[in-house]
Design a protein around this ligand. Structure first.
Ligand code: AGP
Length: 588
């Protein structure tokens, strides 16, 4: 996933573009670039590394009023200057987020037409096609329409044409793109955080819509080139909500927002009764498929345990990248729930579209308002986590677990269970304020760890292991603890710390015996539980406040998030922007 931004107006474009790129860096950060118009010429500067590397070589004082910017997460072609965006072919300069799946056939066709390519990217076929069609038709909208008709895959594109430097052009399909306006001019961007320092009003481009921006106006056209009116959205938040506010990392800031996020999500669905507004008649369904990727998938697993246990409904939870390709058995009483923080994850979007192609009702649980998944699902339940900048999801995860726990209560019709949510924010605050350095100290020097647990605690093990992997690069394995004996216990020795999680009374003795098994093989053990058990099978323990099973996962995840954070900090990792990752994987 990459971040694109553009500006056209009455003020200097370069400082605005560089500022916006910093708020898109979470989308990809292996290289970046900028194009700006000066004296009727398009200048392009590109650099590998983070935005600060680009800033060092760009003169922000240049008086240019139109430009494009890009921050890259490499998909085709290694991170290098030549593969960085913007890409220019002939008259057209382009920035792109997404993947052009049929780029090779287009590239080969254009090479046969003597068009030269300078990069290894899929993106370069976009300016090449634009320029190829422009040679025959000087109407840029027609040229864009023809280009879109050739492209397969996902794309959000910003364009400057050398023959028309008083306009920016933009179009999208599959990848998000917003248009915004302030008193100085117009912006295009992949995501709202990029423009929040200028305005909180924006429009969302829909699939295959084309935007034409000038310093005084913005027009949006359908693919048939009919002019269309777009609704103005107001972003619920401010620049401050995405600033660090004194925290060293966004990840830590966002974890410490979790009691507010919990209350905002709880009140939105209980006090304001937003379930009612979704108009979804849950009684229609006797089977639920939950689908997601990464941490969203683990939210789904927690939902599977809670909904099946409390609502007595058959639930299966699948990884979206598997679900979208496997034989899936639907019936009219099936509900497919897609969980996604960004609402842009390609595999989750594809799973949603597959369910809709089978005429199955779809419900999205999403954090980002107006995201593709939220717009295409039949019903959407938003969590109230606010913008999440750190690549490793934390507050959005907790908000999604809160929401899916509320959904389990709603589906169970046992509304008395709502009482168990009251006051949970106190337990969240308690866990946020424990000292996790002592636990991180016992883990950070190792290269391997185990997380073991059963049932819903196993789902939490999966999330805890992922947090540790993606922030500290430690090889963390989550194992259903009953599985240890079936092979993986062979990996246990004094260099493999084991974190055991047990919050369910009926699993306590079994989990304790699993911890004793690894202790007997010299593992260093940390026990996370809600029972204050005195014994020698653990080296350290974290006592979770004892709460009802329906809300236990909401608080149990907090120590796992903070252990990962402090381990990564001790290892000197780039916590908010881990290597090779991006905040939302909008490509397959
Ligand atoms: C979580 O910390 C990871 N960054 C990643 O697994 C993420 O949960 C996954 O890519 C799904 O993203 P989504 O929730 O935006 O769909």
């Amino acid at each position: 996933m990459c971040g694109i931004v553009g500006y056209i107006g009455r003020e200097k474009a370069i400082p605005k573009i560089l500022n916006s790129l910093k708020f898109l860096e979470y989308r990809g950060y292996d290289s970046s670039g900028i194009a700006y118009v000066k004296d009727n010429h398009i200048n392009i500067i590109k650099e590998i590394g983070k935005i600060k590397c680009l800033e060092k070589i760009v003169d922000t004082m240049v008086d240019s009023k139109i430009g494009l910017g890009h921050t890259r997460w490499a998909t085709h072609g290694i991170p290098s200057v030549k593969n960085s965006h913007p890409h220019q072919v002939g008259k057209f300069t382009v920035v792109h987020n997404g993947i052009i799946e049929n780029y090779l056939s287009i590239k080969n066709e254009l090479i046969k037409n003597n068009i030269e390519f300078n990069s290894d990217t899929d993106t370069e076929v976009i300016p090449a096609l634009l320029d190829y069609y422009y040679k025959k038709d000087k109407n840029i909208l027609n040229v864009i329409k023809k280009t879109i008709s050739r492209l397969k895959g996902s794309y959000a594109v910003g364009i400057i044409c050398e023959d028309d430097i008083n306009h920016l052009y933009a179009f999208r399909c599959g990848s998000p793109l917003i248009i915004a306006k302030d008193d100085s001019g117009y912006y295009l961007a992949s995501d709202v955080p990029a423009i929040l320092s200028f305005t909180n009003k924006y429009i969302l481009l829909d699939e295959k819509e084309i935007a034409v921006l000038s310093k005084n106006d913005c027009e949006v056209f359908s693919l048939n080139l009919d002019k269309i009116h777009k609704k103005i959205n107001i972003f619920e938040g401010t620049q401050e909500t995405i600033m660090l506010n004194g925290y060293e990392h966004y990840m830590l800031k966002e974890i410490h927002e979790e009691s507010k996020v919990f209350l905002d999500t709880l009140n939105y669905y209980v006090k304001e009764n937003k379930f009612k507004d979704t108009m979804i008649n849950f009684k229609k369904y006797n089977k639920i498929h939950i689908v997601g990727c990464g941490s969203a998938y683990y939210v789904g697993l927690i939902g599977e345990y809670l909904i099946s246990e409390f609502a007595n409904i058959e639930v299966t939870c699948e990884v979206a990248s598997e679900y979208r390709y496997k034989k899936v058995f639907y019936d009219k009483k099936t509900l497919v729930i897609i969980i996604s923080q960004s609402g842009e994850t390609a595999d989750s979007l594809a799973a949603l579209r597959m369910a809709k192609e089978n005429h199955i009702d779809t419900l999205a649980i999403v954090n980002v308002v107006g995201s593709s998944i939220s717009r295409e699902a039949d019903y959407t339940l938003y969590v109230k986590a606010g913008p999440e900048i750190a690549v490793a999801t934390t507050k959005a995860f907790l908000a999604q677990v809160t929401l899916i726990s509320l959904l389990a209560v709603k589906l169970s019709n046992k509304l008395e269970l709502l009482r168990e949510f009251n006051g949970l924010e106190k337990h969240i605050e308690y866990l946020l304020n424990l000292d996790y350095n002592e636990y991180a100290e016992t883990i950070y020097k190792h290269e391997n760890t185990f997380f073991i647990g059963r049932l819903i605690d196993y789902a939490l093990c999966l999330e805890g292991a992922l947090k540790l992997k993606e922030t500290s690069y430690i090889n963390a394995l989550a194992i259903a603890s009953g599985e240890l004996k079936h092979g993986t216990i062979s990996l246990i020795n004094e260099n493999v710390p084991v974190i055991g999680i047990c919050t369910k009374k009926d699993m306590m003795s079994k989990t304790i015996s699993n911890l004793k098994e690894v202790k007997a093989r010299c593992a260093y053990t940390i026990f996370i539980t809600n029972e204050d058990i005195q014994d020698d099978f653990y080296d350290k323990k974290i006592i979770i406040p004892k709460v009802h099973d329906i809300v236990s996962p909401i608080i149990t995840v907090i120590p796992l998030q903070l252990i990962a954070y402090y381990v990564a900090k001790k290892r000197g990792c780039d916590i908010d922007k881990p290597r090779n990752l991006a905040k939302s994987v909008t490509v397959e």
